[in-house]
Design a protein around this ligand. Structure first.
Ligand code: SF4
Length: 441
């Protein structure tokens, strides 16, 4: 049977993993980034990672015009009822699809397969997903993988699944669970060698937060030596300057880990700092306060590690005072790079619930900004995103000269994010009170 996996615009790691599993299960698999799929295929698997994909006319048209059955997988599969309501597709592979995809393609849709959703006599059947085994064959690696750049890396590889955190805006704990399941180091290294042989020059580690690799669930402690061993082994294959460890929780990092990051990677950490306001950090369920954030930043700086921080603006309940605390934190900490997002309510997250309970008149995503940037006709979220981006340029360890071009780029980004988050919020509101739950067997 011929299967085409469509992973729009970029080859996601998950699409390569599923491709490898199907290849070894005897399917004839092709992986493509284009929605221009050859007619010579039996079934299409559509790998989607952003809620915005559901509103993308290119993807909607592709689904509508395809004469072949289409099944959707990827991170957005956590809300299959919305997918089936929005896209003209035949089913959804919900959650970790390693096992259910093979069953589905071999036997067709059935309530006996866990982790799928499909229409049956006008009703949606949605079966409960189960965690997959992490031992698997080599991914299906496309020939042009070395041309891909996701924040500088050709590919993000997985070392573990799950996160012990409970951040209200994040779907990782619900999607992968709050128990950490780690891959064997030998499997990870063998996979990295394969990627390298296929042309990959730079890799990043994904999987929730990197330092939770081999986390000891019983003792509730990080496994520092396993993390250090992992980085060292990866660096031996790729060369340390070609490895990045993007995501670390500020409360699960210590000096030894930071020294390993310094010695065996390109020397950066990426902290999800989100806000300078303890009230907002609590609202976001971050499990840390501003003091924890500042401590972790300074510890990394003392270890010679560069620090990038991400921030969220426009979270429901964020006041001007909360926002000012975020600006103050950025001013005080000399971060090396700064990323700013407008709070996006991903369905099935606590933030999505919060947004649905918040009237538009109180949601910064819709409130018209009446302050300093009034003439630019922005929402409050957009104005904060724009203002913080400008502020960040001046407060970074190496400040940027604010050129007209940079000013316009910050403005365009804030407007685009504002428009995207409004679209996602409207989509959520469309399904308010109509959401389904999985059927437990
Ligand atoms: S620590 Fe990171 S991965 Fe874990 S819940 Fe928070 S944002 Fe998500």
């Amino acid at each position: 049977m011929k299967i085409t996996i469509v992973s729009p615009d970029l080859y996601t790691y998950g699409s390569m993993v599923i491709g490898g599993i199907l290849r070894d299960a005897g399917f004839n698999v092709t992986l493509t980034k284009n929605t221009d799929v050859s007619a010579d295929t039996d079934i299409i698997l559509l790998s989607l990672y952003s809620t915005l994909h559901l509103l993308d006319s290119r993807i909607r048209n592709f689904a509508e015009q395809s004469s072949k059955p289409i099944y959707v997988g990827g991170p957005i599969s956590a809300y299959p009822d919305i997918i089936l309501g929005e896209l003209d597709v035949d089913g959804v592979i919900v959650g970790e699809g390693e096992e259910s995809t093979v069953e589905l393609l071999s036997n067709g849709v059935s309530e006996d397969i866990s982790g799928i959703a499909f229409r049956n006599d006008g009703e949606i059947v949605w079966t409960e997903p189960k965690p997959a085994k992490l031992e698997r064959p080599m991914p299906l690696i496309p020939d042009d993988i070395s041309d891909q750049s996701i924040r500088g890396a050709n590919v993000y590889i997985e070392t573990h699944r799950g996160c012990i955190g409970a951040c209200g805006f994040c779907q990782v704990p619900k999607f992968f669970g709050r128990t950490i399941r780690s891959r064997e180091i030998a499997d990870i290294i063998a996979e990295i060698k394969e990627f390298k042989q296929r042309g990959v020059q730079r890799i990043a580690i994904s999987g929730g937060t990197s330092s939770l690799y081999q986390y000891n669930q019983h003792e509730k402690s990080v496994n520092v030596s396993a993390f250090v061993e992992l980085l060292q082994a990866i660096a031996e294959v790729m060369g340390g300057r070609n490895v990045s460890v993007p995501d670390i929780r500020v409360d699960y990092v210590d000096e030894e880990m930071l020294h390993a990051i310094h010695d065996f990677t390109m020397g950066w950490v990426y902290y999800g700092i989100e806000s300078g306001s303890d009230k907002m950090l609590k609202e976001m369920r971050k499990g840390v306060d501003a003091e924890n954030n500042v401590y972790a930043i300074e510890l990394a700086q003392q270890c010679g590690v560069k620090v990038a921080g991400s921030f969220i603006v426009g979270y429901p309940g964020e006041t001007a005072e909360d926002y000012q605390l975020t600006k103050d934190l950025i001013e005080d900490t000399f971060l090396d790079d700064i990323f700013i997002s407008i709070a996006e309510p991903i369905p099935e997250t606590h933030l999505a619930d919060l947004v649905l309970k918040t009237d538009d008149s109180e949601n910064p995503t819709f409130i018209a900004h009446t302050g300093e940037y009034k003439a630019l006709k922005m929402t409050e979220s957009e104005a904060r995103c724009f203002d913080l981006a400008l502020h960040a340029q001046m407060c970074k360890s190496m400040p940027n000269l604010l050129t007209d071009q940079l000013y316009q780029a910050c403005l365009d980004d804030a407007r685009q994010q504002g428009s995207d988050v409004r679209a996602v919020t409207r989509l959520l509101q469309k399904y308010r009170g109509k959401r389904l739950s999985p059927r437990y067997k």
